[in-house]
Ligand binder design. Structure first.
Ligand SMILES: *[C@@H]1O[C@H](CO)[C@@H](O)[C@H](O)[C@H]1NC(C)=O
Ligand SMILES: *[C@@H]1O[C@H](CO)[C@@H](O)[C@H](O)[C@H]1NC(C)=O
Length: 289
């Protein structure tokens, strides 16, 4: 009897792996990890012209024909795909290296408003867009980073189109103050990413959304390469890897999205429960004897 149960259990565990693969391939539109970061080089987007990335390259040919090359790269913390730490706008706020690791490996939430933005730089993401997302896809119950896709990332390498320059002001979509307040009301949201140069609307001078979000220890990700249409609304993991600058107010960041297996995670719980039941059953049996 006991061995029959063990066989069934072993089959179940095997089946779970198959199911997991099948589930992830079936339900999700992407199956391999995706890079959500732009590469860093001298064309990297910077907020203003005093913040350019510069690279100088050295090459050495030694007499024994060994070769060595290395670059010296000078960059502002907030260049390219990067993270804003709370210390950026809050004195004594968390610095990049203070952000807990468990806030950097989290669930990804993709709020795609590309079809509503239609390339309009005046678009503002409001609370109702976020509420609609949760009505459609469910509550945000695990530690998550919210990625807002304005359909802006395609412009990234064209600085004037990306910044939306117009009589010296910047024009691109952003997050509204009520939406920022909605976000900080959910303690599971540990970060917010956008595919624009800033979470605040382009013409903002006060950076209220920066303050509201980082004031609640929510970190920000800007210039995120979200022009990857394979990203589903949820059901994927994010690995957010800011360069570990000890005193950083921000840092260039590699962001990887990888699909995970919801079915598999559920089944893993079931199998853990099954192990527990077996354990209790064996204890009871021993006791009865
Ligand atoms: C996203 O946009 C950037 C900037 O234009 C471009 O270099 C890149 O190839 C695009 N990525 C995809 C997957 O379309
Ligand atoms: C960049 O975008 C601007 C519009 O904002 C456009 O006038 C210009 O032609 C674009 N440049 C390139 C190289 O596509």
């Amino acid at each position: 009897m006991k061995s029959a149960f063990a066989v069934v259990f072993a089959l179940f565990v095997q089946f779970q792996n198959v199911f997991c693969e099948y589930g992830s391939y079936r339900s999700y539109t992407f199956t391999r990890p995706i890079d959500l970061s732009f590469g860093i080089d001298d064309n990297t987007v910077h907020w203003d012209s005093s913040q350019k990335v510069s690279t100088s390259r050295s090459e050495i040919y030694l007499p024994d024909s060994t070769y060595k090359s290395f670059n010296k790269v000078c960059f502002p913390e907030h260049s390219g795909t990067h993270l804003d730490a709370p210390s950026y706008v809050t004195k004594n706020g968390r610095r990049v290296a203070d952000i807990p690791i468990d806030s950097l490996i989290v669930s990804g939430i993709h709020v795609d408003v590309t079809n509503e933005v239609h390339g309009e730089p005046k678009f503002v993401l409001d609370e109702h867009h976020l509420r609609r997302w949760t009505e459609t896809y469910g509550k945000i119950e695990s530690k998550s980073v919210l990625l807002i896709n304005f359909g802006w990332a395609n412009r990234y390498w064209n600085r004037s189109a990306y910044m939306g320059y117009n009589e010296n002001s910047r024009n691109f979509p952003g997050i509204s103050i009520p939406a920022a307040r909605w976000i900080v009301e959910n303690p599971n949201i540990v970060g917010v990413g956008v595919d624009t140069p800033s979470v605040d609307v382009g013409h903002s001078n006060t950076f209220d959304v920066h303050r509201i979000l980082t004031g609640a220890n929510v970190y920000l990700l800007e210039n995120v390469a979200l022009n990857n249409t394979y990203l589903p609304a949820r059901g994927f993991q994010l690995v957010v890897m800011p360069m570990k600058l000890t005193h950083g107010t921000g840092a260039p960041t590699r962001i990887i999205a990888s699909p995970y297996c919801i079915g598999g995670a559920g089944l893993a719980k079931v199998s853990k429960f099954a192990i527990f039941v077996m354990f209790v059953a064996s204890l009871l049996k021993a006791h009865v004897r």
